[in-house]
Ligand binder design. Structure first.
Ligand SMILES: [Zn+2]
Length: 375
């Protein structure tokens, strides 16, 4: 029996793996940081034999509440990721499996590999009306890439979509993949309607270093990018520095920053009601977008989410708040669950890569309802 995580976005620490009925594991912290929650590893063993796995020390993880009602994700072929019934007690997540093959993968959520990221960029830039731009380099020397979709002109609205500032939130890039496939489908009516009025700037992965390193929340040197938007620097947060500069160059009329939430089992958005200068226009834009999304998909709801910020109390180091403030624009943080959408639960798959993909497509349809009101 062997447990390994020496691959793209792998993360596990083996404490003991001798007896299949008593496999003891922990999760490594993000480099130079105390955050940990993302795991991804492969079990090689004898098929059709019972195994009990325990991931320990989770009371010290970034979001201990994230483990209540959470079920681990697994795959044999690295294509289909299903849920393994799991239990959480006293800081330990435990699950039992009888593998149907000698090799089985486990992860916190369906991984989105760096190769798949490169494939997405390469495919997109080969489509009509899409251009790939490299803004600069990350600390590990990876490309910071933005896709421009649509022909820029001064009358068109500029819509920015960024994903995966927190690299373990892989659902965010599945969402972008769905959104891009729809936006670049030249027979899609929502895409046609939007591209006659808007240009999209899309960053499918804001944190490629953290993604490859198997981090939950930070970049190569342990910096949480979604707290860097007030004072980004090439030394600590080149990812944000480069993207924010590009936003200033293109202008910005709408921004969606795509995330996953460990604890809350619903899809929801967090707005900019707490920024200085929040007014009726921004409120109306936010309400129109939410109303449209509620109409488009029952996967979205607006009852459960983060507490609203008091007026003037927004944290302006957070991406969507900083952007809403600087550009006086509609900006939302979009959150998807790691667990499931409790309004439409699916015990076999939970919230999944495919549902994230579909949610990205549905979001695009909802933007049609606000595009004329932007700016
Ligand atoms: Zn996040």
């Amino acid at each position: 029996m062997k447990i390994t995580s020496n691959f793209d976005s792998g993360n596990i620490k083996v404490i003991e793996a001798v007896d299949p009925l008593n496999i003891q594991l922990e999760i490594n912290k993000d480099n130079q940081s105390d955050f940990f929650q993302w795991f991804h590893f492969r079990l090689e063993t004898t098929a059709f034999q019972n195994h009990k796995l325990h991931i320990n020390n989770l009371e010290n993880s970034a979001y201990p509440d994230g483990w209540e009602g959470y079920h681990a994700v697994a795959s044999y072929d690295r294509q289909t990721w299903f849920r393994v019934p799991s239990e959480y007690a006293n800081g330990t997540l435990s699950f039992e499996v009888e593998p149907e093959c000698s090799s089985m993968y486990f992860a916190y959520f369906a991984p989105y590999s760096y190769d798949r990221h490169l494939d997405l960029l390469a495919w997109a830039q080969s489509q009509h009306a899409c251009e790939l731009e490299t803004l600069g380099e990350t600390l590990d020397g990876r490309d910071m890439s933005v896709l421009r979709v649509g022909i820029p002109s001064s009358e068109k609205k500029k819509i920015w979509i960024t994903a995966r500032q927190h690299p373990g939130e892989t659902m965010a890039e599945w969402y972008v993949e769905g959104l891009l496939h729809k936006l670049l489908d030249d027979e899609d009516p929502h895409a046609a309607a939007l591209l006659s009025k808007a240009v999209f700037y899309i960053v499918p992965n804001m944190n490629p270093d953290g993604s490859v390193r198997g981090h939950l929340r930070t970049n190569a040197k342990g910096v949480n990018l979604n707290r860097e938007w007030q004072t980004p620097s090439m030394e600590n947060s080149p990812e944000v520095f480069l993207v924010l500069n590009k936003m200033r160059e293109t202008g910005l009329d709408m921004h969606l920053d795509i995330h996953g939430d460990e604890a809350i089992p619903f899809n929801f958005v967090a707005g900019s009601e707490g920024i200085p200068g929040y007014d009726d226009r921004l409120k109306e834009l936010e309400d129109s977008f939410k109303a449209a999304l509620l109409t488009v998909t029952p996967e979205f709801q607006d009852e459960h989410g983060y507490p609203k910020d008091e007026p003037g109390q927004a944290n302006l180091t957070v991406g969507s708040s900083a952007v809403a403030h600087e550009f006086n624009a509609l900006a939302y943080t979009v959150e998807m669950p790691f667990k499931d959408n409790d309004d439409l639960p699916d015990p076999d798959y939970g919230w999944s890569d495919r549902r994230s993909y579909q949610f990205g497509q549905d979001t695009l349809a909802a933007i049609v309802n606000v595009v004329d009101k932007l700016r």
